[in-house]
Design a protein around this ligand. Structure first.
Ligand code: PRX
Length: 632
């Protein structure tokens, strides 16, 4: 079992060891897993190309370590506990033994439908157990999974399927969310109509049994195929650096990029971080409310907890159905011990009133987690007081799709906590702040750009099909280090607070969005000449989306606004819909024609006191015009 940190001294000692001899440190952790062939090297790396290899020469399978390895010691323990959308429906529990059987059947199903090692399989599914089973089945046979959040549009799904050149899509019929049943298969049908030429099979899991269209050429039933399979399937020996999955995420330019994670390093780091950050003990019931469509769900609903032999809850529904007490009802019902959610959910539930959590017994909770965006002080205190009752330390975990696992966080009951501070780096994580020229800021009480100067096992290896982009985005800004895209401050005690993105990426309700991506979607409307999108502070969502739009025929009415929202929904999905659309006649630009987003951000944030020198702009008059008509 990976090292467990239990005291401040052991944290400090682990951290020291991880920096003075990183290879010895990670070798020891990696050796706690089952390898079909031992690794020969620990880490070969160079951040220039970049070329990063962990546990070279080793062969393993992450599902062997998630499932088979636990059968003897905890085969009858619940691995996945599934809580349905409707609280009156039946909870489903899969023991480790049952989960292994299901994963083996699904593995055999994939093979019987022609999926081989290295093939890409896209998932477009709600939070049903079959999503976790399917993902693990891919990993078991060496197929590369790419989960697409089921709130994305047909176009966004097709873009991702095409980029990954996926051979198969696995979906559900419908998605139960609160009172609604949202069509899922229909979106896949649309995506198949506009792209997805590489796909030859769509496996459909019937979640509701409502009507769907069926194509005999491509569609296959999950249920019928599963019924035919044996529950024995040996785990494929995978090289440490074989691809495990691709997960698409937004950047500051262009289309979303496929972040690639590989088998060995991701396995070691997600298990190590899960155990230590959540201080998981046998018998604990851990619940992360994320969706498996995002990295948090990959690392801390599926892989990390299962590697550690935990009981992990998967929740199908939403925090406010049937009422705003649902999260707390689930915590009470299953005696949740570690609860991990996003600030946006905390703020939304805080707004519903203190009486909701007060109705439930939350005394089982030992650790509270926060992830995905900066947590503001008010939300931090509410979470601490009303959910943790002052007894459950808050771990404000900072990390990214690209980092694969939690990088900076307090360790509960071990290191101190301070509202809004992600605090201290995990052992093995050499997080530094640099100035704009890349010089390391070594003193405390400073603000700078957050970089990591040494590799860690679960780091991004490449962006799928475009290695040059990986190099350019993460390793070119500052030579010899990974640049996170975040700005941060370090306080007088060395604690780190991540302030937010310094690039054109915004974080809306914990969902990462490229402003360029939203602009491209808006520009698809034939009556739009140009647009500029920025983030602005939003009470619940953290950041809202503010769009400035120049129109062809000067239309500025609400019908047109609705049309723009419809275009964005079609191109990306409802999560990317602007909260505010301001029609403008001109956008402030530099003499070289670049939109001055800094100014637009300030205007959207009601911060027009100090706009800096605007006299050098190409069109300084545009600024006043935008200010005069701002929707703030
Ligand atoms: O800006 C940081 C913010 O979310 C970004 C990463 O987004 P994504 O890849 O979607 O992964 C989210 C879940 C790990 C980061 O660059 N972020 C994430 N966690 C925090 C955070 N900002 C402040 N505090 C955090 N705890």
């Amino acid at each position: 079992m990976t090292t467990e940190i239990h005291s401040l001294e052991s944290y400090k000692e682990e951290y020291r060891k991880s920096v003075t001899d990183p290879e010895a440190f990670w070798k020891k952790e990696a050796e706690t897993f089952t390898w079909f062939k031992p690794f020969e090297t620990v880490c070969d790396w160079n951040f220039d190309e970049p070329n990063i290899k962990w546990f070279g020469g080793g062969k393993t399978n992450i599902t062997y370590n998630c499932l088979d390895r636990h059968i003897e010691t905890r085969g009858d323990q619940t691995a996945i506990l599934w809580e349905p959308n409707n609280p009156d429906d039946e909870v489903k529990k899969y023991t480790y033994k049952e989960l292994l059987d299901e994963v083996c059947k699904a593995s055999n199903m994939l093979k019987s439908l022609g999926i081989q090692k290295g093939d890409r399989v896209v998932f477009y599914m709600p939070m049903v157990p079959e999503l976790a089973i399917g993902v693990l089945a891919c990993a078991r046979i060496g197929a590369v999974h790419s989960v697409v959040f089921a709130g994305f549009s047909a176009q966004a799904l097709a873009d991702r399927v095409d980029d990954a050149q996926a051979k198969m899509i696995i979906c559900s019929d419908y998605n139960n969310r609160g009172k609604k049943s949202i069509p899922v298969k229909q979106v896949v049908d649309e995506a198949m109509d506009i792209g997805c030429n590489s796909v030859d099979t769509v496996i459909v899991h019937k979640n509701t049994g409502f009507e769907i269209n069926w194509s005999d050429d491509t569609d296959q039933s999950w249920h019928e195929n599963m019924a035919k399979q044996s529950s024995v399937c040996e785990a494929e020996p995978m090289d440490s650096e074989d691809l495990l999955f691709i997960l698409y995420t937004s950047g500051s330019t262009g289309k979303p990029k496929g972040v690639v994670h590989t088998c060995g390093g991701y396995m070691v780091y997600t298990c190590y971080s899960f155990k230590n950050v959540f201080q998981y003990k046998k018998g604990d019931i851990y619940w992360c409310t994320a969706d498996i469509g995002w990295i948090t769900g990959h690392s801390y609903i599926v892989y990390g907890p299962l590697l550690a032999g935990a009981t992990t809850i998967m929740f199908e529904g939403v925090p406010t159905f049937p009422d705003a007490g649902r999260f707390w009802d689930i915590c009470q019902k299953h005696k949740v011990t570690q609860f991990y959610t996003a600030p946006t959910a905390i703020r939304a539930l805080m707004a519903k009133g203190d009486e909701w959590p007060a109705k439930y017994d939350l005394s089982s909770i030992k650790v509270l987690g926060s992830v995905g965006e900066p947590i503001n002080e008010e939300a931090w205190h509410w979470y601490d007081k009303h959910i943790g009752k002052g007894n459950a330390p808050i771990v404000d975990t900072w990390w990214q799709t690209e980092t694969g696992g939690i990088m900076i966080t307090p360790l509960p009951g071990i290191t101190d906590t301070k509202p809004t501070y992600a605090s201290y780096p995990m052992p093995g994580i050499q997080a530094i702040l640099v100035d704009k020229d890349g010089y390391e800021l070594t003193e405390n009480n400073v603000e700078g750009l957050l970089c990591i100067k040494y590799p860690w096992p679960s780091m991004i290896r490449t962006t799928y099909g475009d290695h040059a982009r990986c190099k350019q985005v993460y390793f070119s800004t500052f030579k010899g280090m990974y640049f996170t895209g975040d700005g941060a401050r370090r306080d007088e005690n060395g604690r780190i607070r991540v302030i937010g993105r310094v690039d054109d990426v915004i974080n809306v309700s914990g969902h990462r969005m490229g402003t360029a991506e939203v602009e491209n979607a808006i520009n698809e409307h034939p009556n739009v000449v140009e647009s500029a999108v920025v983030g602005y502070p939003h009470d619940i969502k953290g950041q809202g989306i503010y769009a400035y739009v120049i129109t062809q025929d000067k239309t500025t009415n609400d019908d047109f606004r609705r049309e723009i929202l419809a275009v964005v929904t079609k191109e990306i999905g409802p999560i990317a819909k602007p909260d505010k659309i301001q029609f403008v006649s001109d956008l402030p630009k530099t003499r070289s024609g670049k939109i001055m987003r800094r100014i637009l951000r300030k205007i959207a944030s009601k911060d027009t006191g100090n706009l800096g020198d605007i006299s050098t702009l190409l069109n300084p008059d545009a600024v006043q015009d935008v200010i005069d008509n701002a929707l703030v």
